[in-house]
Design a protein around this ligand. Structure first.
Ligand SMILES: [Zn+2]
Ligand SMILES: [Zn+2]
Ligand SMILES: [Zn+2]
Length: 408
């Protein structure tokens, strides 16, 4: 039995359905009313995972085929409703992490590089940090379709998009024991909760509360487009290549048409004025033809634009929020007379110090600038000068660009 079959059967069993195997990949199923309603099947039905074994329903007995592409799978999904979409978890220090009462050896003061500011690292202190892991599903549709999942992890306190912690975290979460040891460890707070419900701190070290989820999602969305573009890079490149090829073909064809017309005009020039007047009607016709070629070319380019436009749909499908102990360092950033304290954590999962990400686009940069208004830490692109007034614009303060100049 593969993972997909196990998942489907476990879900149906959880919902109260009973099974009796009927050969390989086939089951007799007795289902309660809500499952019957969801799957649109009678009480007694035959469930198969093999399209070759699927036969049309007989009277009184329903047949359902469960495969990745079947309609029954969508119906099965309705049984899940909101279950499993949001999970809150507390990772206790004792079992998984070393003692964080003092900074670990790898928690060295962070080295930052600012173009226009100075900084001073302060002491470390033991804190608890809330993290949010969001699994996004994206669908890109153009001439072809691509879909996939993209996990993004954010440290809520520091606002850092934690890429280096993602792999150890996903590895860590593969251990089913994390979700089942509530009683044994006594420190787990595994609850399915609605996205905006307040937290229930279950240990003295828990921070007061996590941030509201919409605020977190808005923050993460700053960096999502660029990451999806990176993930879909071969797809975008292939679309660009095909667009360029089609464009070239249309351009060549229309250029040939124009060349032909110009040759005729060229030939006309060598004739006498009298002859030319004779041909004025023909000349007008050719001019109309040139205009028609230009119009057709513009319309073909518009068709190409529509054909290769990429529509991107991004939806958060699963959210895990967890709190865990960290060693936090306060870093004082100084720009002219202004001062701002930022937080950077030593993360016990990655066993590394977090590096700040740009507050405009969540990208990591080797060098940052600091804005005058709120002392945001921004990358070069997010602190680029306005093309009209040449003033540096902080994309974290003004995501839509310069507020003083009209949009170009
Ligand atoms: Zn940026
Ligand atoms: Zn401007
Ligand atoms: Zn700013």
């Amino acid at each position: 039995m593969n993972d997909f079959q196990t998942l489907c059967l476990e879900l149906l069993e959880w919902e109260g359905a009973l099974f009796e195997p009927q050969g390989e990949n086939c089951y007799q199923m007795l289902s309660p009313p809500h499952v019957q309603q969801a799957l649109q099947l009678p009480e007694m039905s035959r469930l198969t995972f093999d399209a070759n074994l699927y036969t049309n329903p007989m009277e009184g007995i329903g047949n359902a085929l469960l495969s990745i592409e079947s309609d029954s799978l969508d119906r099965l999904g309705t049984l899940l409703t909101q279950k499993g979409k949001h999970l809150r978890l507390q990772l206790p220090e004792s079992k998984f992490f070393t003692d964080l009462s003092s900074p670990p050896k790898t928690a060295t003061p962070v080295k930052l590089n600012f173009q226009n500011a100075t900084f001073r690292p302060q002491n470390f202190s033991k804190e608890s940090a809330w993290f949010t892991l969001v699994l996004y599903r994206f669908i890109a549709v153009s001439e072809e379709k691509r879909e996939g999942l993209l996990p993004l992890l954010i440290n809520e306190t520091t606002g850092v998009l934690e890429e280096r912690t993602l792999s150890p975290l996903l590895e860590f979460l593969k251990d089913p024991g994390i979700f089942q040891q509530e009683e044994k460890e006594g420190g787990y707070d595994v609850t399915l909760s609605s996205p905006s419900s307040p937290s229930s701190p279950s240990s003295p070290s828990s921070p007061s509360s996590p941030l509201p989820l919409p605020q977190i999602l808005t923050h993460i969305e700053k960096g999502i487009l660029r990451r999806i573009k990176n993930t879909l890079c071969p797809f975008f490149q292939s679309m660009e290549r095909r667009l360029e090829k089609d464009h070239q073909r249309i351009r060549d064809y229309h250029q040939d048409l124009l060349k032909e017309t110009h040759l005729k005009f060229g030939a006309l020039k060598f004739r006498s004025l009298k002859e030319k007047q004779k041909h004025s009607e023909w000349e007008q016709k050719e001019k109309n033809r040139v205009e028609a070629i230009h119009r057709e070319y513009a319309s073909k380019i518009e068709d190409l634009r529509r054909k290769y436009a990429i529509q991107l749909q991004v939806t958060p499908v699963q959210i895990l929020r967890f709190v865990m102990p960290v060693q936090r360092q306060v870093v004082r950033v100084m720009r002219k007379q202004a001062v701002r304290d930022i937080f950077l954590d030593w993360n016990p999962l990655s066993k590394k110090m977090e590096m700040p990400s740009c507050e405009g686009c969540l990208k990591f940069s080797a060098i940052y600038s600091v804005c005058d208004t709120h002392l945001h830490i921004v990358c070069d692109e997010c602190f680029a000068p306005c093309p009209q007034c040449a003033k540096n614009i902080c994309r974290s303060c003004s995501p839509k660009g310069c507020l003083k100049c009209p949009p170009l």
